[in-house]
Ligand binder design. Structure first.
Ligand SMILES: Cc1cc2nc3c(=O)[nH]c(=O)nc-3n(C[C@H](O)[C@H](O)[C@H](O)COP(=O)(O)OP(=O)(O)OC[C@H]3O[C@@H](n4cnc5c(N)ncnc54)[C@H](O)[C@@H]3O)c2cc1C
Length: 313
C-alpha cells in the first residue's frame, strides 16, 4: 500500500478542517469496507485518510414527524437490528440484512455505503422507493439531496469533495401502503444481486385502486434506477395482475445492465421485469396483511387499556 497520513478528528469541525487542509488528496473513511479494497487495488491513492470513527453524534436512528432519521455514521447492523426500523419500516431492516455478511454489516456505515455508489448495492433501491433524502454537510452549511438524484455514475455521486453525509431521512409512509425489496441471488447468499427490485405501493381508501407507486432497480445500470414509467402506468389503475405486468414491462425497458459472471445483460433485463412484478405483489400482500391485523391490534390495545384502568382502582 502507498503511505498515507491518518487523521482521527473528534467532531465535524475537525473533519472540515482536515478536508480543507488536504483538499481532493484526502478521503473520508468510515467502516473502511469499500475504501480499503479500492486502495489495495490502487484505484484510489489518498495522501490522507480522515477517519469518521471517533466523530460522535451521527449514528442515531430516530422517528421524526412520522418519518425516520438515520445518522450517516450508523452501521448497516444498527439499521438491521433497530426495533424502531423493524416495527415501522421492516423492508429497510430486511434490505440491510441482505448486505454481504455480518462482519461487513458491523463495520459498513449508511453514509459510507451511499457515498461508495456501487450500483449493485442493496440499500439504494429500497431507500429510493421509500423517498429517502441525504443530508450533505460541509464547512459552509448543509443541503438535502433526494436519493433518486444522488447517483451519477459507477462510484460517482453529486457529493462535493468537502461534503459529508451526516443523515438519511425517510418520509412518513402514506396510509394504505406497503413496501418490498427482492434480491435475485442465484449464486451465494452473501453475493451482490444479479438484479434487485424495490417497490412502495399505495392504494386509495377503497383498497381497489393504486393511488401511487415508487419503484427502483439495483444491478440494472450504471446507477440505481428509479423506474418512473413503470410507476406512471400503475397510478389510477385497478389492483389487477395486468397492471403489475404492464409495470414490469416498463421496468424491464428501463433496465440497462451489463453482462458479467452473474448473467448476460439480456437475462438480467428479463429478470428486472420479473422481480419488479414480484416486488409489487409482495408490497400488495404487505398492505393486505396490515389491514387484516389492524382490528386485532385495536382489540389488544383496548384490552390493555381496560386492564391498566382496573389495576389503578
Ligand atoms: C466482502 C464484501 C461484500 C459486500 N457485499 C455487499 C452486498 O451484498 N450488498 C451491498 O449492498 N453491499 C455490499 N458490499 C459493499 C458494502 O455495502 C460497502 O463496502 C459499505 O457500505 C461501505 O461503507 P463503509 O462505511 O465501509 O464505507 P468506506 O469504505 O469507509 O467508504 C466508502 C466511500 O465512502 C466515502 N465515505 C465514507 N463515509 C462517508 C460519509 N459519511 N460521507 C461522505 N463520504 C463518505 C469514503 O471516502 C469512500 O469513498 C460488500 C462489501 C464487501 C467488502
Amino acid at each position: 500500500m502507498i503511505p498515507f497520513e491518518y487523521r482521527t478528528p473528534k467532531n465535524l469541525k475537525e473533519v472540515h478542517a482536515a478536508l480543507k487542509e488536504f483538499g481532493s488528496d484526502a478521503k473520508l473513511i468510515a467502516g473502511g469496507t469499500a475504501l480499503i479494497i479500492m486502495m489495495k487495488q490502487r484505484l484510489v491513492r489518498p495522501a490522507c485518510l480522515i477517519s469518521l470513527r471517533s466523530v460522535r453524534g451521527y449514528n442515531g436512528i430516530e422517528a421524526s414527524n412520522g418519518g425516520l432519521r438515520i445518522g450517516g455514521l450508523a452501521t448497516h447492523r444498527d439499521v438491521e437490528t433497530s426495533p424502531l426500523v423493524r416495527r415501522r419500516w421492516p423492508v429497510l431492516a430486511e434490505t440491510y440484512h441482505h448486505v454481504a455478511t455480518l462482519r461487513v454489516r458491523n463495520m459498513a456505515t449508511v453514509g459510507g455505503g451511499l457515498a461508495h455508489a456501487d450500483p449493485n448495492q442493496d440499500p439504494p433501491p429500497t431507500l429510493i422507493a421509500l423517498g429517502a433524502t441525504v443530508k450533505a454537510t460541509s464547512a459552509s452549511g448543509s443541503r438535502v439531496i433526494p436519493l433518486d438524484q444522488f447517483f451519477t455514475d459507477y462510484y460517482e455521486t453529486v457529493l462535493n469533495p468537502d461534503e459529508i453525509i451526516t443523515e438519511v431521512s425517510i418520509p412518513r409512509l402514506p396510509p394504505n401502503s406497503g413496501a418490498a425489496y427482492l434480491k435475485f441471488l442465484p449464486r451465494t447468499a452473501d453475493d451482490y444481486a444479479t438484479v434487485s427490485a424495490a417497490a412502495l405501493l399505495t392504494l386509495d381508501k377503497t383498497g381497489k385502486t393504486i393511488a401511487d407507486a415508487r419503484i427502483a432497480l439495483g444491478s440494472a445500470g450504471n446507477t440505481p434506477i428509479r423506474a418512473t414509467e413503470a410507476e406512471a402506468v400503475l397510478r389510477g389503475q385497478p389492483v389487477k395482475p395486468e397492471a403489475f405486468a404492464e409495470a414490469a414491462e416498463k421496468a424491464k425497458a428501463a433496465a440497462d445492465p451489463v453482462s458479467d459472471f452473474r448473467g448476460s445483460a439480456g437475462y438480467k433485463k428479463e429478470m428486472a421485469g420479473v422481480f419488479v412484478r414480484r416486488a409489487l405483489e409482495k408490497a400488495l400482500a404487505a398492505i393486505r396483511e396490515a389491514a387484516r391485523s389492524k382490528p386485532a391490534r385495536k382489540a389488544v390495545k383496548a384490552i390493555r387499556k381496560a386492564t391498566t384502568k382496573g389495576k389503578k382502582r
